[in-house]
Design a protein around this ligand. Structure first.
Ligand code: FAD
Ligand code: DLZ
Length: 508
């Protein structure tokens, strides 16, 4: 039986059991297609990094004497979508079976289901062997519960995989050290790691341009930092564990305009393209904790992101698709301000976070959640637009992980399935965690003055205009009672200021 096996751009898992077989009648196929580059407007680096990593992977397979058909974006016979390309390959060569690894996105699952209708070939889906649990595991775990609490799921995962455990109990006696992980960073300790593989991606970039593929972001950054192979990803992981894991926890939520990485790992692209497996990252961190005496709070904080959040988020996605992208709990309709595409706003926290995202296709979690996401929610931006922006801009963005994070966690558009309350704050939180506000045109202390920081009036206005939906939320008791007690004249002034900002979002 001759088999054709499709590998997608985010299925670069060298340890997949496919590659352990010794079967000479197997041909692999990989393809760069416009259907994938164009389903949303992408950052240039995301397209380049995907193609570079795919090409590297194909060559690695060839070096193991495996046969690979690889369609580049500019190949003449490339029909620019999976279905048409496969149909034409099957027609030319006499394959009897087509195998594909289950994709992680609903959109692509629907697309690949069409492959089952190709005549004379049997299509067979297989597991991508990447995640720790099946995609509907979380749905069964939470069953009929309305609210899905990550912490409950995370404790279950710690026990199930015996990570940081002493028998049935968590090492150190506590499950979660989040409260210890909220320090501001003011220049020390210095963040030393800048592991950066060196590549020249100019050729790929030219091909993308010649094919008129649209993109945004730092287009000249053809020597960007993202790893494109498993070896480079392992080096990145080892560097992180050696130099940064120690401080990861303490400064996880910190923001600084001279240090956009701080002690974050940059591992999301490697993980999401499957160059690294989640369990190997978790185990390496756990081993380092045990052998090197790293702080438990840091190690636990890091492991929680992958063992807890990442698997949980994937569960939320598959339990709610299709349809999750349609939620709009607050019925927000505003358009994304134009400066989301340029970074040109006088709000320094946003100009720093967005400019950095445009330059590097990266922002760390708190920039995504408490700066850009926070503002988007306060400003009443349509969550679908926010979702598409996040899906395009970040190097690690795939719908299965981006959509629940953006629409659910950050925009509360699902009405609180993931989050117990909306992740919004006034300027005081941003000032507490960052040095952004000190050099900003806007005054973070003011609510209504001429240069009052927009976050402040928008914050109170948000709660005021959504009282029908939020007044009974038990986690918002303090804010709701402050709102009730607010002097009516002051409230009116705040709302007036907020309305002015809402009308002038493009000029902030
Ligand atoms: P670190 O801070 O070093 O964390 C280590 C790893 O933990 C990450 O690589 C990631 O695999 C995992 N992780 C941490 N938080 C989460 C989370 N909330 N959900 C899933 N995994 C998590 N992550 C993506 O991988 N792709 C996305 O498209 C994405 N979109 C996001 C959108 C919003 C609005 C928010 C608030 C978060 C989003 N995240 C996304 C989660 C998180 O911000 C990124 O995983 C992280 O910033 C990636 O950088 P890092 O590898 O340096 O992470
Ligand atoms: C992100 C991406 C891009 C930009 N291009 C391709 C491509 O040309 N070919 C491909 O196989 N995969 C690409 N990808 C990754 C896919 O979008 C990813 O495999 C799906 O979204 C499934 O999660």
């Amino acid at each position: 039986m001759s088999r054709l096996r499709l590998i997608l751009g985010d299925q670069l898992n060298l340890n997949h059991s496919w590659f352990k077989e010794t079967n000479s009648s197997v041909t692999y196929v990989m393809m760069e297609v416009k259907d994938e580059t164009n389903y949303v407007l992408h950052h240039a680096q995301k397209i380049i990094a995907t193609f570079a990593a795919m090409r590297f992977f194909a060559n690695q397979l060839r070096s193991k004497d495996l046969e690979v058909i690889y369609l580049k974006i500019n190949d003449k016979e490339n029909r620019q979508n999976f279905y048409e390309n496969i149909k034409s390959i099957v027609k030319k060569r006499n394959f009897s079976q087509l195998e594909y690894q289950n994709p992680d996105e609903y959109r692509l699952m629907t697309e690949l289901q069409k492959l089952h209708s190709i005549e004379d070939i049997k299509a067979v889906p297989v597991d991508s062997e990447h995640f720790l649990i099946p995609k509907l595991y979380a749905k069964e775990f939470f069953s009929e519960k309305k609210h899905w609490r990550m912490e409950e799921f995370y404790r279950h995962m710690r026990k199930k995989f015996s990570i940081l455990m002493e028998g049935e109990k968590p090492i150190g006696g506590k499950w979660n050290y989040d409260v210890d992980n909220r320090k501001r960073w003011d220049g020390s300790p210095s963040s030393t790691q800048d592991f950066r593989p060196s590549h020249n991606h100019e050729k790929i970039f030219l091909e993308i341009n010649d094919e008129n593929i649209e993109y945004f972001g730092e287009s000249q950054a053809t020597d960007f930092r993202w790893p494109i192979s498993r070896d480079e990803s392992i080096e990145l992981l080892e560097n992180f564990i050696e130099k940064d894991l120690l401080y990861f926890g303490d400064f996880q939520d910190a923001l600084h305009d001279e240090n956009w990485r701080l002690f974050h790992s940059f591992l999301s692209f490697s993980l999401n393209t499957k160059m690294l497996s989640p369990i190997e990252v978790i185990k390496k961190a756990e081993d380092a904790y045990k052998k090197k005496d790293l702080p438990l709070a840091s190690t636990e904080g890091f492991i929680r992101q992958i063992l807890g959040w990442r698997e949980y988020i994937r569960g939320v996605y598959w339990a709610n698709m299709p349809g999750y992208d349609q939620h709009n709990f607050f019925e927000h309709k505003n358009k994304l301000p134009e400066w989301y595409w340029t970074g040109k706003t006088d709000m320094r926290c946003l100009s720093q976070s967005i400019s950095q995202s445009l330059t590097n296709a990266y922002a760390h979690h708190i920039q995504r959640l408490m700066v850009i996401g926070n503002f988007s929610l306060l400003a009443g931006i349509n969550p679908k637009e926010v979702h598409q922006w996040y899906l395009g801009i970040y190097i690690d963005a795939y719908e299965w992980v981006e959509l629940p994070n953006t629409l659910g966690m950050s925009q509360f558009a699902d009405g609180g399935m993931l989050a117990t309350k909306p992740y919004v704050s006034s300027a005081s939180y941003i000032n507490k965690m960052s040095n952004y506000c000190a050099k900003c045109k806007y005054n973070f202390k003011e609510k209504v003055g001429e240069n009052a920081c927009p976050f402040n009036s928008l914050y109170w206005n948000f709660f005021d205009r959504h009282q029908d939906k939020l007044s009974k939320n038990p986690r918002l008791g303090i804010v709701n009672s402050q709102l009730k007690k607010m002097n009516p004249t002051q409230k009116e002034q705040i709302n007036k200021k907020a309305e002015f900002y809402l009308k002038n979002l493009n000029t902030l």
